[in-house]
Design a protein around this ligand. Structure first.
Ligand SMILES: *[C@@H]1O[C@H](CO)[C@@H](O)[C@H](O)[C@H]1NC(C)=O
Ligand SMILES: *[C@@H]1O[C@H](CO)[C@@H](O)[C@H](O)[C@H]1NC(C)=O
Ligand SMILES: *[C@@H]1O[C@H](CO)[C@@H](O)[C@H](O)[C@H]1NC(C)=O
Ligand SMILES: *[C@@H]1O[C@H](CO)[C@@H](O)[C@H](O)[C@H]1NC(C)=O
Ligand SMILES: *[C@@H]1O[C@H](CO)[C@@H](O)[C@H](O)[C@H]1NC(C)=O
Ligand SMILES: *[C@@H]1O[C@H](CO)[C@@H](O)[C@H](O)[C@H]1NC(C)=O
Ligand SMILES: *[C@@H]1O[C@H](CO)[C@@H](O)[C@H](O)[C@H]1NC(C)=O
Ligand SMILES: *[C@@H]1O[C@H](CO)[C@@H](O)[C@H](O)[C@H]1NC(C)=O
Ligand SMILES: *[C@@H]1O[C@H](CO)[C@@H](O)[C@H](O)[C@H]1NC(C)=O
Ligand SMILES: *[C@@H]1O[C@H](CO)[C@@H](O)[C@H](O)[C@H]1NC(C)=O
Ligand SMILES: *[C@@H]1O[C@H](CO)[C@@H](O)[C@H](O)[C@H]1NC(C)=O
Ligand SMILES: *[C@@H]1O[C@H](CO)[C@@H](O)[C@H](O)[C@H]1NC(C)=O
Length: 738
């Protein structure tokens, strides 16, 4: 107690603050203040426990906490709102940190020792994280110590005031003499008071990712997780807590997103006193991470955003934060080339001649980037279908007798329509995977994830390489750089088509993701001009961790435009439309036979940063071929505003037959509205499309009725669209500030 007291007393003498008062420490009462948010917690000076005080709209003072009668079984820590709950010592709720000590017990008492304020934000070694300079972000580090178990921890809080965003992570150091094991690690943990809350998250499966669902936070745990080794299609490492009255445009919303690509666990636990504990971190089934004496464990980062302007306000904060302070690299703020992917046109059946011919067809449509999908590799096991060849990344000599170089030169020799630019070339890889039928597996059967003598179960005939092994990491780095060095390749689609199954130990999946980050960090640093797109059978790995390195992700294998509206708007809850890959595919759609006009398909796809075609140009109908030039021109015209504008969900496809979205340019001079009629009805009439984000007093012209109205008129009166008597109609409307 003596040492601890002395530190607290000396800290009480000075009020320190950095970053335009974004963080202040009044003694050991800590305030993180954003433009529209306050986050307050303090150290209980008697015990050294960290106590949560407030997370929400701005407040000015610390006030006494809610009074809970200390009667019955639950006294002590059980009635406190805790910032970093540990195990044992009277708190029966789930912990943020659970450590198994060398002697086998799991009791931990991490108590306040000291703190420091840091300008800017230190990097997290080996992990993706938000970043910013001294004027963008400030950091508070709180040092904790368990003097019984000789474990120390550093809690890190960084606030980006402009975005009302707080990034948190922690490290644990083993200061003792035996190994410790981290059994549970929640990057974000805080206790809300007794308030009514609902949880919004996205659930789904392959081909229908990102369906928005909402449920009440009742007593006990409201929880979801991934145990697939990756975020998966089933859920995304994102959720929001909202007040029951919160809408898209009004009310309180707290968003949470884990900057992590692996298994995760999200929990909101309401205790008997009504307090709601939020925990977001690693999945405890895939943890058990050994930390040797003198070594540290660093948790991934979790980002939380507070909005008093509804769910859409929360989304816009995430979009802006992620475009400016998460996604690194020069492509993030650039418009993206219109691409055509070979998959729908040729599948596995191609050779150099037929590919160049397809690229030539693409050239006539105005395509700027030709992408060669799966099937281009394999010598001993030529990849003619998905039962063989994965892992053998040598171009199939029967298709490409002179390798990739001369083939790519032929594609580059094509010229983009109405320009003098050469057509770019991109390639598909899935370097984390291997087929049983491959030279790689014959040579390195020990490189795949496996558990002793347990069967190595297959999905899509393939196995997962253990990317936690340094030799596998080097293999992938050398293989992918070899491909990139062999030809003029400007885009890589990096796929990942199955979950992890047998692990030799739970932490294999954690070590895998650290290894993957090492690989991707290496390659994106070495090839900064390549445009990288993540893919995992669609949106199975659409997460903030990969978004740090790669600016875009394929959103779903389902390209049906109607389903895509739900999927894309669900994705936009947390990730910016600029990071989504969206393509026009053939009609009727291969998934559900829905027959949707090419205009509607185009308007759905061009709301994403990376727009393209996933079809065989030779199979276009006359009407489609005639419509393509204006769709391509519109897509090029909207791309800058999609990349850098603010995004508004005006009406959701789940609630309305007339979903609509809007982008407003960064400087506010232009706006573009996408409006849809999914289903024609005689009655009711289509509601007016009420816009957002305009200057109420300014006048804007529109190209629907060619009128000029004030921002207030568009926002409060709305635009009435005269829809045709047909399903799947769409409109793209431009507004220009006068
Ligand atoms: C650990 O610290 C607590 C309070 O901070 C003190 O009461 C206790 O004596 C210390 N224990 C050891 C083993 O130093
Ligand atoms: C958020 O803060 C900014 C800057 O202080 C202010 O202009 C704006 O009105 C605030 N918004 C809300 C919803 O409080
Ligand atoms: C610190 O916070 C505690 C708990 O809310 C409060 O009782 C105390 O007065 C605060 N101290 C200062 C210096 O604000
Ligand atoms: C910090 O970054 C912002 C952009 O996020 C930039 O406007 C500002 O000039 C930078 N400040 C410093 C001191 O580098
Ligand atoms: C624990 O170990 C770390 C790393 O060696 C060291 O920086 C820290 O000061 C130690 N903490 C204590 C309380 O001994
Ligand atoms: C600690 O763990 C390492 C592996 O991480 C192991 O080699 C070592 O034997 C362990 N030490 C003890 C004391 O268990
Ligand atoms: C390439 O494929 C086309 C179409 O399948 C075929 O007609 C042609 O003979 C093939 N060319 C070579 C060199 O294999
Ligand atoms: C896959 O391709 C191989 C090699 O051409 C062939 O032997 C095999 O029959 C094919 N398998 C399937 C399922 O099509
Ligand atoms: C290996 O390839 C052959 C030929 O395509 C296929 O029949 C067999 O199923 C493949 N084995 C596995 C495990 O995919
Ligand atoms: C590029 O096109 C020109 C003109 O059509 C042709 O002469 C040349 O051989 C082509 N080069 C390649 C690498 O295909
Ligand atoms: C990438 O990895 C290679 C091979 O391990 C190494 O030589 C190179 O320095 C690394 N580059 C970066 C930027 O990490
Ligand atoms: C709006 O103006 C454009 C361009 O002058 C014209 O083509 C279009 O027919 C006009 N629309 C209406 C509804 O007047």
């Amino acid at each position: 107690m003596g040492v601890f007291r002395a530190v607290v007393l000396s800290a009480l003498l000075a009020t320190v603050s950095v970053g335009q008062d974004a963080i202040s420490a009044d003694g050991t009462n800590f305030t993180l203040a954003g433009d529209n948010v306050s986050y307050l917690f303090h150290v209980d000076t008697e015990s050294g426990e960290l106590i949560s005080d407030h997370y929400g709209a701005p407040v000015d003072d610390f006030t006494p906490p809610a009074f809970v009668l200390p009667w019955g079984w639950h006294d002590n820590l059980a009635n406190l709102r805790r910032e970093f709950p540990d195990v044992g010592r009277s708190d029966p709720r789930l912990p943020a940190i659970h450590i198994e000590h060398p002697d086998g017990d799991t009791v931990t008492a991490l108590l306040y020792k000291s703190h420091q304020l840091v300008q800017g934000k230190p990097e997290l070694p080996g992990l993706p994280a938000t970043y910013g300079n001294d004027s963008d972000v400030s950091t508070l580090q709180v040092h904790l110590y368990d003097n019984v178990s000789d474990v120390s921890a550093v809690l890190s809080y960084s606030i980006f005031p402009k975005y009302n965003a707080i990034a948190r992570s922690f490290s644990v150091t083993n200061n003792g003499t035996g190994n410790i094991s981290i059994e549970r690690a929640a990057s974000f943990s805080t206790d809300f008071p007794n308030v009514d809350l609902d949880m919004i998250e996205v659930q789904g499966d392959w081909s229908h990712e990102f369906n928005r669902v909402k449920r009440k936070i009742d007593y006990g745990e409201t929880t979801f997780r991934s145990t697939e080794g990756f975020g998966s299609h089933l859920h995304n490492p994102f959720f929001a807590l909202v007040s029951p009255s919160t809408t898209e445009t009004s009310g309180e919303a707290w968003g949470f997103n884990l900057v992590w690509t692996g298994s995760f666990e999200a929990t909101a636990e309401r205790f008997s006193n009504g307090f709601v504990r939020v925990l977001f971190g690693l999945n405890s089934l895939h943890t058990s991470i050994q930390v040797k004496p003198g070594e540290s464990f660093q948790s991934p980062e979790a980002v939380s955003v507070y909005s008093a302007e509804g769910v859409n306000g929360m989304s816009r904060s995430f979009h802006d934060l992620y475009r400016n302070h998460l996604s690194r690299g020069k492509q993030t703020h650039k418009t993206r080339p219109i691409l055509l992917n070979s998959w729908e046109g040729l599948g596995f059946k191609f050779n150099q001649t037929s590919l160049v011919r397809l690229a030539g067809e693409a050239e006539k449509l105005g395509v700027e980037l030709f992408v060669n999908d799966d099937g281009w590799f394999g010598v001993e096991y030529p990849r003619q279908n998905d039962t063989l060849g994965l892992g053998d990344w040598t171009p199939n000599p029967q298709y490409f007798p002179d390798g990739l170089g001369p083939y790519v030169a032929q594609v580059n020799n094509l010229t983009v329509l109405n320009s003098s630019q050469p057509m770019q070339f991109g390639i598909w890889v899935e370097p984390e995977m291997v087929d049983l039928n491959s030279t790689l597996y014959n040579e390195h059967p020990d490189w795949v994830l496996h558990a002793g003598k347990h069967a190595r179960t297959l999905t899509r005939n393939q196995m997962v390489l253990n990317v936690g092994l340094p030799e596998v990491q080097d293999f992938i780095i050398n293989t992918v750089s070899g491909i990139l060095d062999s030809a003029n390749i400007q885009y890589v689609k990096w796929d990942n088509n199955r979950a992890m199954h047998e692990l030799s130990q739970p932490s294999d999946s954690y070590n895998y993701i650290l290894g993957l980050y090492r690989v991707i960090n290496n390659l994106t640093t070495r090839y900064p001009d390549v445009l990288w797109e993540g893919c995992a059978s669609g949106g199975g790995r659409f997460d903030a961790g990969l978004l740090h390195y790669w600016p875009q992700h394929w959103t779903s294998d389902n390209t049906d435009a109607s389903d895509r509206l739900t999927i894309q708007l669900g994705t936009s809850l947390v990730y910016p439309p600029s990071a989504m890959g969206c393509h026009i595919s053939k009609a009727p759609n291969g998934f559900n036979q829905r027959n949707i006009s090419i205009e509607f398909r185009g308007h759905v796809a061009m709301q994403c940063g990376s727009f393209g075609l996933e079809l065989n140009p030779e199979e276009l109908t006359e009407h489609e071929a005639a419509a393509i030039p204006s769709i391509m021109a519109e897509a090029k015209k909207v791309n800058p505003i999609v990349i850098s504008g603010e995004f508004y969900r005006l009406a959701l496809p789940d609630n309305s037959a007339w979903p609509a979205t809007q982008f407003v340019s960064e400087d506010g001079s232009e706006s573009v509205v996408f409006a849809f009629q999914q289903k024609y009805t005689v009655k009711p009439a289509a509601p007016a499309v009420k816009l957002q984000g305009l200057d109420p007093k300014a006048r804007y012209s529109n190209d629907l009725d060619n009128g000029t109205y004030t921002g207030a008129t568009y926002m409060n009166g709305g635009i009435n669209i005269q829809w045709d008597r047909a399903d799947y109609q769409s409109k793209l409307i431009w507004l220009k500030k006068q």
